[in-house]
Design a protein. Structure first.
Length: 247
């Protein structure tokens, strides 16, 4: 399995930000791991053009479950593919919170993404209240079962475990806590999609930065990271790519 360093630019970036992409691919011309950046939809096509012929993959941050139609403001998986994307993030906790996305909707989007030839990066994770109540495994197990298409494979699915309370806060779970959740997710994914689960990349996300990447990447069943803030700067994201390549 090739590990995956993925960056989520969220609602950040304009055409000027593509200079960071050029710097990244220059610094990491042939990383051992896979490298993915997911910019806002406005930058997918231009980032894909910048990344053409390099090791960098480009993805979207959401797609609609339908292929086309009267859905003002939305974009389909086929449109992302047409713009040069190979992946799409789905069910990020910010979309679950801001747009009330449910597991069933995330599953429908994942099915649409896979049908359009994209790799679905499905996000799950508990809130701080849920962790404090001892419900972490229950919550992420339910999200995983409800959000992942039963027919998904190692080739078209990536899972990102992102504790909501670790996103943008500088706080992370302890190494044993990350290990517990990732081992649990591998087992639950096997129950959901069978032997293909062994090859699905399980990413950790939430305050990953150059200074903590190596110890997180040493955790069993952590097959990469989904990086927010630190993916905006080529130097930081490049350092995370290097740490994953060395893991
Ligand atoms: P930060 O790395 O900024 O905590 O964001 C994580 C995230 O939400 C990536 O999808």
């Amino acid at each position: 399995m090739k590990k995956l360093a993925a960056g989520n630019w969220k609602m950040n970036g304009t055409a000027a930000s593509l200079s960071e992409v050029a710097a990244l691919v220059q610094a990491q011309p042939a990383p051992v791991c896979e490298m993915l950046l997911c910019p806002p939809a406005t930058l997918v096509a231009s980032m894909a053009a910048t990344a053409k012929g390099t090791a960098l993959h480009v993805g979207g941050q959401d797609c609609h479950a339908k292929a086309s139609g009267a859905h003002t403001g939305d974009i389909s998986a086929a449109m992302l593919r047409d713009a040069g994307a190979s992946h799409v993030i789905l069910g990020h906790s910010e979309r679950r919170a801001d747009h009330n996305e449910t597991d069933a909707q995330v599953l429908a989007k994942a099915e649409a993404a896979i049908a359009a030839g994209l790799i679905a990066v499905v996000c799950i994770g508990e809130t701080e209240a849920e962790r404090d109540a001892g419900r972490t495994l229950d919550v992420v197990g339910t999200q995983l079962h409800g959000s992942v298409p039963a027919g998904a494979t190692a080739a078209n699915l990536v899972i990102a475990y992102e504790p909501v309370w670790a996103i943008g806060t500088g706080r992370t779970p302890t190494i044993p806590e990350i290990a517990e959740v990732h081992a649990f997710l591998r087992a639950r994914l096997t129950a959901r999609i069978g032997e293909q689960a062994a090859g699905v990349r399980l990413l950790y996300g939430g305050s990953v930065k150059p200074s903590n990447a190596a110890e997180i990447f040493a955790v069993p069943h952590v097959d990469g990271a989904l990086v927010g803030g630190a993916s905006l700067k080529a130097s930081d994201f490049g350092a995370i790519v290097a740490a994953l390549s060395a893991a």
